[in-house]
Design a protein around this ligand. Structure first.
Ligand code: ADP
Ligand code: MG
Length: 360
């Protein structure tokens, strides 16, 4: 049991530092999701995540949180149970989404990201695994929710000032989608959330990104290569064969100043223009809409293989000191056959990568 009335059920997901379980609210018989973090973890972050979720809890497109507290050896965060992630649905649709689907995802996610930013939070972990649809049981399979505030950060301080521009920051986020400025060690701000969304949209349209599958001897070099390839790929080439507005989106987000407030309406307009120019109807019917209805309910374990998970060296706010030894992903490790799959998956697994500190 968690708290007074939540029963813990089977595991449905595994994150970088804990597990997600199915659960039940025994008071009203409603299904819930329960995120568990070992109490003894070196870098607790679930309490911060709870705070972020709480500030968004009655906002459209974010799960409500019902409880946070200890449960045996764990801290538990109880929230609404949602449906499959965009990555699950991408697989279901043979790893390509149509332009209409991507535009409708984009419009919803720009509303979500705007809400997050309105609450003085930057997300810093855009990836398809962190966007879930609602459950078909609730007729919410066409609504995209945002989850996972494990790397989120407040970008406005208690006096209302934007955090200062900094360099030499650790990489926080997921290498495949993160902005070029993040690769360059620049403090993240609203612009980076938007650029990462743009990379994800192009991933959905193209089926892959040019910086996937790069070979490197270690994680640090790998992230460097991903960043170099991002910089070397002209936007026009990345977006070739797709509506010009896709390139405009990326140009705009990459062109934003560090503390500039993005024009979310302008960006949404780019996608509504693509929809109307294509002769489509903006009806929030997605490529998966029909398919999902014929699938069993989502109770599968959607977790990546355990060995592909770099440990989250430190939960949260980069305001805290860089993680002491031990927590960082094995940046110095040489690839071996055994770690081949691990290396392959590391560019889409959340990282919080600090320069290696030698343990004395
Ligand atoms: N509310 C939820 N309902 C259903 N599945 C969830 C929910 N929250 C998380 N999950 C599943 O668990 C996975 C990991 O959860 P997440 O909060 O993203 O943890 P992490 O920070 O470790 O990535 C998600 O990608 C998703 O598949
Ligand atoms: Mg996640």
């Amino acid at each position: 049991m968690v708290g007074p009335n939540f029963r813990v059920g089977k595991k449905i997901g595994a994150g970088n530092f804990g597990f997600i379980h199915l659960g039940k609210d025994l008071q009203n018989d409603e299904d819930v999701a329960i995120k568990l973090e070992p109490i003894k973890t070196r870098s607790p972050q679930l309490h911060l995540e709870y705070r972020f979720y709480k500030s968004l809890t009655n906002t459209d497109g974010f799960p409500r949180v019902h409880y946070f507290g200890p449960a045996g050896k764990y801290n538990a965060l109880v929230m609404d149970l949602l449906g499959p992630s965009l990555e699950d649905l991408f697989d279901l649709c043979n790893r390509k989404f149509t332009i209409k689907t991507v535009c409708q995802i984009a419009i919803q996610l720009l509303f979500r990201m705007e809400k997050v930013h309105d609450k003085n939070i930057i997300f810093r972990d855009t990836k398809p695994e962190n966007f879930l649809t609602g459950r078909k049981e609730n007729q919410e399979q066409n609504k995209v929710y945002m989850i996972d505030f494990g790397l989120a950060k407040e970008y406005i301080d208690f006096e209302g000032r934007h955090i200062p521009y900094r360099e030499h920051k650790s990489l926080t986020g997921t290498a495949r989608y993160m902005s070029i400025n993040t690769h360059l060690g620049r403090e993240q701000s609203r612009r980076d959330d938007l650029e990462a969304l743009g990379h994800m949209f192009m991933y959905f349209l193209r089926g892959n990104l040019p910086w996937q599958g790069l070979k490197a001897d270690n994680l640090k070099e790998r992230y460097q290569k991903i960043g170099d390839t991002k910089r070397a790929t002209p936007i026009e080439e990345l977006c070739k064969g797709f509506p010009e507005e896709m390139a405009a989106y990326l140009r705009y987000s990459r062109g934003l100043k560090f503390d500039e407030k993005p024009d979310y309406n302008y960006l949404r307009k780019l996608f509504t223009t693509i929809i109307s120019d294509g002769g489509w109807v903006h009806d929030d019917i997605f490529d998966w809409s029909e398919l999902v209805m014929s699938q069993p309910s989502v109770t599968q374990d959607s977790s990546p293989p355990k060995d592909s998970q770099p440990r989250r060296s430190q939960g949260n706010n980069a305001a805290a000191a860089p993680a002491a030894a031990g927590g960082a992903p094995a940046a110095g490790a040489q690839p071996t056959k055994a770690s081949a799959r691990k290396t392959e998956t590391q560019d889409y697994t959340t990282c919080c990568f600090w320069k290696i500190k030698k343990k004395k």
